[in-house]
Design a protein around this ligand. Structure first.
Ligand SMILES: Nc1ncnc2c1ncn2[C@@H]1O[C@H](COP(=O)(O)OP(=O)(O)O)[C@@H](O)[C@H]1O
Ligand SMILES: [Mg+2]
Length: 158
């Protein structure tokens, strides 16, 4: 599924709809250049999960935890140099702690991803400076269902 947004609000709203569909131990891998809208999208996911704290960019921490209907683990691999650094913080456990795991710059440490997850690729596009393209690639049946439902709710074709 491919979605175009024309404002930060539209990207956040889409994240919120996704957040409403996510359950404990789901993993969402976000990929895209600096400023493409990954953190904006995570704000929306947090809203959809009922998180009330302000969600900030976790660039100085690898994982930031928020409390919503279930925990939200907001991760950023931008400054992670190797999978070893993730092992040192007990990465495997984050994947099985009953929280939703959302990872910015997930492509930098591919070994960290589980067998199944939802990949979302962000890119800049035409016609304006606030145009973004979000492509959803579900890996595994659970994520195919999520994307199908998201497409239905937002009125997009898959
Ligand atoms: N359609 C859009 N979707 C998301 N962000 C947008 C959009 N248009 C403009 N922006 C701006 O782009 C920036 C995206 O920042 P951010 O979400 O932190 O990017 P990333 O986390 O991918 O580096 C914000 O300043 C936001 O206001
Ligand atoms: Mg970011």
């Amino acid at each position: 599924m491919q979605v175009f947004t024309d404002s930060p609000e539209a990207t956040e709203d889409l994240g919120e709809e996704l957040g409403k569909l996510l359950q404990p131990d789901d993993v969402v891998a976000l990929v895209g250049e600096l400023g493409a809208g990954k953190t904006v999208f995570v704000h929306g996911i947090a809203r959809g999960l009922g998180v009330e704290d302000t969600v900030s960019s976790p660039s100085f921490l690898i994982v930031q935890e928020y409390r919503g209907q279930c925990p939200l683990f907001h991760c950023d691999f931008y400054r992670v140099n190797s999978y070893q650094e993730l092992e040192d913080i007990g990465w495997e456990e984050y994947l099985n702690r009953g929280g939703v795991v959302v990872i910015e710059w997930a492509n930098l440490i591919p070994e960290a991803l589980p067998g199944e997850y939802l990949r979302v690729v962000f890119s800049f596009c035409e016609p304006s400076a606030s145009s973004r393209c979000l492509e959803f690639y579900p890996i595994g049946r659970r994520y195919q269902e999520i994307v199908k439902e998201l497409a239905k709710r937002c009125g997009y074709w898959e």
